[in-house]
Design a protein around this ligand. Structure first.
Ligand code: NAP
Length: 304
């Protein structure tokens, strides 16, 4: 396999796949490195209802379509993990489990990952009743009672999705107001088997001896009152952290996202950040694909 490229794109979510399409159309010799295959975070979404032209498409379908679109073009794809990158102007070295690859320009489109709560029981019961992906694991909880933690778009979407198969869904939120989009809130409040538990934080996930979830201990932040919800699954949807630990060489914001403006130019020449790993206001599929295009446009300028 070739070791030297004009451009290496790290990540195969919507930003990376879009960058791949634009790079191929710009005739750049391109390597796209993907960790677990194409799609990124949309694979965790049952339905994507705000990507224009694809109303109601599932996350998996949209990821597949983008990946197939890229396969129409001449881009080398490699499934491996990047351990570190040695940045050097015009000769960056990307170190992976399958060797080192060099490129004049690099686009980092490594996205972000679900944030852990750090409460007792969470780590021990992950995969045994604790999940960060309702669309992946929801089917295991048919006709059972589960809790979703969080008040953002993902938590509300997860609660709605789970309510279709579960007997009951508790949505546990730490405030008395949801952060999620109003249209999602409206749908949520109309579903009879969802109960929103306001002003409560999770304290501990309780497990049965055989290693499955048997309850979620919560505490009311206003009254201090504690109780245990009788649930057999806990879905954690409390936000994300950036996947950028492979580098300390780039400027990052206080949350660890790589600083770059709409041009996707980072603090180093020839290095670009696109999609959810970039410090930005709105993380959506639409803004990720826009970044993919902008990053390649900037990379082309740099290469010329
Ligand atoms: P988010 O918007 O950051 O929401 C995280 C939620 O978890 C918040 O409600 C937060 O409470 C709560 N939370 C955070 N830490 C907590 C803790 N330690 N204990 C209890 N609760 C905690 O994250 P997200 O829902 O994962 O969404 C991520 C991004 O993807 C957002 O920009 C979102 O808009 C976007 N997204 C969009 C769509 C869509 O447009 N269809 C779908 C999915 C995701 P507070 O509200 O009190 O801070």
């Amino acid at each position: 396999m070739e070791k030297e490229y004009d451009l290496i794109i790290v990540g195969a979510g919507p930003a990376g796949l879009t960058a791949g399409i634009y790079a191929a159309r710009a005739d750049l010799k391109t390597l796209l490195i993907e960790r677990y295959g194409a799609g990124g975070q949309i694979l965790n979404t049952y339905e994507v209802d705000n990507f224009p032209g694809f109303p109601g498409v599932t996350g998996a379908e949209l990821g597949d379509k983008m990946s197939e679109h890229l396969d129409k073009f001449d881009v080398t794809r490699l499934m491996t993990e990047v351990s570190s990158i040695d940045f050097a102007e015009g000769a960056n070295k990307v170190n992976t489990d399958d060797g080192t690859f060099t490129a004049k320009a690099v686009i980092l489109a490594t996205g972000n990952s679900p944030r852990k709560l750090g409460i007792p029981g969470e780590a021990e019961l992950t995969g045994a009743g604790v999940s960060y992906c309702a669309t992946c694991d929801g089917a295991f909880f048919r006709k059972r009672t589960v809790a979703v933690i969080g008040g953002g778009d993902v938590a509300v979407e997860d609660a709605i999705f789970l309510s279709r198969g579960c007997e009951k869904v508790y949505l546990v939120h730490r405030r008395d107001e949801l952060r999620a989009a109003k249209i999602l809130q409206k749908a949520l409040f109309e579903i009879p088997n969802i109960e929103v538990v306001w002003d409560n934080i999770p304290k501990e996930i309780k497990g049965a001896a055989e290693g499955s979830v048997k309850g979620l201990q919560i505490a009311n932040v206003k009254t201090g009152e504690e109780k245990v919800l009788d649930v057999s699954g806990v879905f954690i949807a409390t936000g994300n952290d950036p996947n950028a630990s492979y580098t300390d060489a780039l400027e990052k914001d206080e949350k660890g996202y790589i600083i770059a403006d709409e041009s996707c130019k980072t603090s180093l020449p020839g290095v670009f950040a696109a999609g959810d790993v970039r410090s930005k206001r709105l993380r959506q599929v639409t803004t990720a694909v826009a970044d993919g295009a902008n990053a390649v446009y900037s990379a082309q300028e740099f290469l010329i």
